[in-house]
Design a binder for this molecule. Sequence first.
Ligand code: ADP
Length: 259
Amino acid sequence: NLGLRLEVINPQDEIGRLATTFNDTLERLENAFNRIRQFTGDVSHELRTPLTILRGEAEVGLKWAKEPEEFRELLRSNLEEINRMSKIIETLLELSRVEGGVKLELADLDLSDLLAELVQQSRLIAPDKSLRIAFVGQEPVTILGDWLRLRQVFMNLLDNAVKYTPADGEISVVVDTTGDSARVAIIDSGPGIPPEDLPHIFERFYRVDKARNRADGGCGLGLSLVKTFVEAHGGRIEVVSEAGKGSIFTVLLPRVVAG
Ligand code: ADP
């Protein structure tokens, strides 16, 4: 609280209206400050965990390790933590670039084409879970978009679908159009997302099950990246989820209007 709030004596007169506007602006500023504070805390917290592990391992190495194999094992684990930190920092940089208004590299692209390629890739990386990944998208669906960033968007969503769907489960990817929008739906048969978590899943570092996701290598940044990139394209993302049944993530992007 910045403690600068003005007292509004008569909300009807000009001074009163001015003071009200000032107080509203102040409140928005305070909220922004609070978000930044929260964010700084979250980043520090997320980076502290891998650092603590790195320190512990370095200490163990110096104090106890004797055999080359023991050192090698510690270095392998060091590298994992370093990669985790790099990934967090890369993602945060990419988020702030796009939020700061860095220009997207726009070109005509066919979403059916892009999704078909990504589905093919997912089938290759997830064979041990014997998932069935269906793809529906016969028609070309052309939009004006940043190919690399949209690729990241849909790769993240597909990765999540694959990650959270249990063995023998089904995933469907549907590309079509609705009104002025192109629509991509990614439908999984995973555990679903509890209603109380649903409003938060696009926030940075938010994870439904903290312990499980750390083991999976997730850090809760994927969906905030997805949302930021989709909105930078003038689109939006929606999610419907039912516990025990699965989740549907729908991305809507403005379509290229002919002419
Ligand atoms: P993470 O890297 O942890 O997957 P995300 O930002 O991609 O981070 O997702 C945030 C959280 O939302 C995840 O930790 C998970 O709890 C939940 N979530 C995302 N996608 C799904 C899904 N398809 N099914 C169930 N839960 C999901």
